[in-house]
Design a protein around this ligand. Structure first.
Ligand code: PLP
Length: 471
């Protein structure tokens, strides 16, 4: 399988070439030249597979430059009961007939990002070892992504992580999760500013091309194709658990921010998985809901981006959205480039033509929006009626899912985090503390390892230079 850019550059690259990359050189995102189609016999064969075996089958269709035995070993090492808590890896939890959750949050950081990031850690270590190279991952986080990256990369050969976070602004639980890591290859930099300052520093450092090259700076952000690919697997796993025969369809509702998670659902559907609808659920930051209602994609300014109680969905633009638009437009790279480069990058918005927008339905997409009041009510209702405690992001999903249920089609809501990560809102909704997995009791009391930094790209560069031996 080869990969091309969404912005018209049809240079074909292998999986291993794009694994460690972010954007394509023309500024687009990588996609496979075509989606492999899964026939009925293959679906039937996959139905009985363990999660790791299913992952191997799906990944093999997209990765032909890692020997099969090696890929199998990497996948087997990633998707284990030890790491994800159950044999099923992503078990379904029924709420009521026709509505269930798919649990994606039982990895080390209790959010769905572990599903992909844990694999990425193993793939990075493998590929860097094969090349005899090193990589320094630089990132900014306000919570979920940073901790998922650190838990995926801890102790990995050839990889260091430098993760910037706003000093004193993460929840005590999130701080404890990240700062309690004692692995020497993990560096927590607590910046004396807000999250945007952290992001600006990452941009400034990455824009210094000489520094970037010398210190082999890379990222693990959500546009990475391997992350998206790893997420395709749990759509199949969810489908097989919810159905008895391939004649049945299911729908998924996905709490969405950067459109990475739901884009994996789109890929699964393009491969032929019988998905009726893919419903994007947003919070008050409703860039995506606005698009699916109107055909206008309008990114928000910082001042228009709200801080909500489902913070991992507080986005101003959806960085993976371009992948879907490329497919929607019949893979027209010229038109995609025009929309994202000439219109979004210049004016902050585009509007599809009526003909273009009319195609959205054929791709199964729908959307809805949820607010803080909706989250509280949904958390309360799900607890009282079903005895299941859900987090704020999953609550956005359940709220929107209820508006899109159709008789005869099971609706699967992707559970993207566990409630313990968002204790304050759970308190507000239920008047009680969230449940906490036994392994995480008392993590706030563990010793913390972090370095306080001024808001200064130079200070961060100095720190990186000092901690990269031999560069
Ligand atoms: C990252 C995240 C999301 C949003 O996922 P996208 O792939 O960015 O759409 C939703 N919920 C939680 C808990 C997350 O961490």
């Amino acid at each position: 399988m080869k990969y091309i850019s969404t912005r018209g550059d049809r240079t074909e690259r292998g999986f291993s070439e794009i694994l460690l990359e972010g954007l394509a050189p023309d500024g687009g995102l990588y996609l496979p030249v075509a989606y492999p189609r899964i026939d009925d016999a293959t679906l039937t064969r996959w139905r009985g597979l363990r999660y790791a075996d299913l992952a191997f089958e799906i990944l093999s269709l997209y990765i032909d430059d890692i020997p099969a035995d090696d890929l199998r070993r990497l996948v087997d090492k990633t998707y284990t009961r030890e790491v994800f808590g159950t044999e099923a890896i992503t078990p379904l939890k029924p709420l009521q007939p026709g509505l269930c959750l798919e649990a994606l949050s039982n990895g080390p950081t209790l959010a769905f990002k572990d599903m992909a990031m844990q694999l990425l850690g193993n793939l990075f270590e493998y590929e860097l070892g094969r090349r005899g190279e090193e990589l320094n991952i630089l990132g900014a986080t306000s919570g979920d992504t940073g901790s998922a990256a650190e838990y995926a990369m801890r102790g990995k050969q050839g990889v260091r992580v430098f993760m910037l976070s706003p000093h004193g602004r993460m929840s005590p639980f999130q701080q404890a999760q990240m700062f309690s890591l004692q692995d020497p290859n993990i560096h927590n930099l607590a910046v004396q500013g807000v999250f945007d300052d952290c992001q600006d520093i990452v941009k400034a450092v990455s824009n210094d091309l000489a520094f970037k090259r010398r210190y082999k700076i890379g990222t693990v952000n959500s546009i990475n194709w391997a992350r998206l690919l790893a997420q395709v697997v749990y759509y199949f796993a969810g489908y097989f658990q919810a159905t008895k025969s391939n004649a049945e369809q299911v729908s998924f509702t996905v709490p969405s921010g950067n459109f990475g998670n739901i884009c994996a659902g789109h890929v699964a559907r393009m491969m032929g998985l019988p998905i009726r609808q893919l419903v994007a659920a947003t919070n008050e930051n409703d860039v995506l809901d606005e698009f699916f209602r109107t055909g206008t994609y309008r990114v928000r300014k910082s001042a228009e981006t709200f801080e909500t109680s489902s913070p991992s969905m507080d986005i101003s633009k959806a960085s993976n959205f371009e992948r879907f638009i490329y497919d929607l437009l019949g893979r027209d790279g010229e038109r995609t480039r025009q929309l994202f480069k000439d219109e979004v990058e210049q004016r902050g918005a585009f509007t599809l033509t009526a003909d273009e927008f009319a195609r959205v339905q054929g791709f199964g997409f729908a959307s809805g929006k949820s607010t803080h009041a909706d989250r509280l009510q949904t958390i309360r209702q799900t607890w009282e009626q079903h005895g299941v405690m859900i987090d704020t992001h999953t609550a956005d999903g359940v709220k929107v899912a209820r508006e899109h249920m159709q008789p005869g089609t099971t609706m699967i809501v992707l559970e993207t985090a566990l409630p313990v990560k968002f204790a304050q809102t759970i308190q507000e909704a239920l008047g009680r503390e969230p449940e906490r997995p036994a392994a995480l009791v008392g993590i706030e009391d563990l010793p913390k390892r972090f370095e306080v930094m001024p808001v200064s790209a130079q200070a961060v560069k100095d720190y990186i230079a000092e901690h990269c031996a031999g560069a």
